[in-house]
Design a protein around this ligand. Sequence first.
Ligand SMILES: Nc1ncnc2c1ncn2[C@@H]1O[C@H](COP(=O)(O)OP(=O)(O)O)[C@@H](O)[C@H]1O
Ligand SMILES: [Mg+2]
Length: 260
Amino acid sequence: MVAVESPRLETAARALELQGVGRRFGGLAAVRDVSLALEPGERRAIIGPNGAGKTTLFNLVTGELRPTAGTIRFFGRDVTALPPHQRVRLGLARTYQTPLVFPRLTVRDNLYLAVRGVRPWRLSLRAPRPGDPEFAVVAELAERVGLRHALSALAGALSHGEQRQLEIAMALASRPKLLLLDEPAAGLSPAERESLAALLGSLDPTMTVLLIEHDMDVAFQVAQRVTVLHEGSVIAEGTPEAIASDPRVRAVYLGGTHGE
Ligand SMILES: Nc1ncnc2c1ncn2[C@@H]1O[C@H](COP(=O)(O)OP(=O)(O)O)[C@@H](O)[C@H]1O
Ligand SMILES: [Mg+2]
């Protein structure tokens, strides 16, 4: 008898593999024939101008949108038809272009909910207490993203950069195997960008990270490889150095802004 998936193939499975993935919105091909493979533990950035299809591609990976073509595999498993919550159960977590935290709850309670994997309207919220198993985890998550001092602050009172940090901590709460970050540096000050890049650099190296980034400095600091999307298609892929000097990339995207 031959096993369908041999142990060798299992180990060799990509963390994420897209084959010929496309998504149309009526007449608009927002994502076209995208093939992409991320090794476990890889840090990959997707860059591209506004409207290139980056967020749509993310939504296809998370299952918030269904592709109109192609297949998506997560650690060797075809997840193309799986709903988002089942992909989350397989180890996928994401952040949004606009931080999705609960502004009227404290940082502690936001993290507490994330650790328990629930939303506030699904349970009557009871504050975590020192004896709860989640209590230490919440403190550790806050520590990891530099928000330990702000545990009792309302999430809505945090700076934009701190809300980003909180959102990342909330995504980490499920101990994801693949973390997707949609423009984590958007709206951050230069100082906040630096601490974000440091935070991303300090994440568990075995976790696979796919980030969409508009900010070249952050993308190039964090990612080992960069994929460039333009009008829904991949036009280049390579190391940050190769991408920064690729004339096609400079023409469509970096233009005069690179190196600012
Ligand atoms: N739900 C949708 N319905 C129709 N068009 C959409 C939808 N989402 C995105 N688009 C279009 O798809 C293209 C890619 O958008 P998006 O993925 O948000 O790009 P990016 O994140 O790279 O800025 C844009 O032209 C956008 O207007
Ligand atoms: Mg976007």
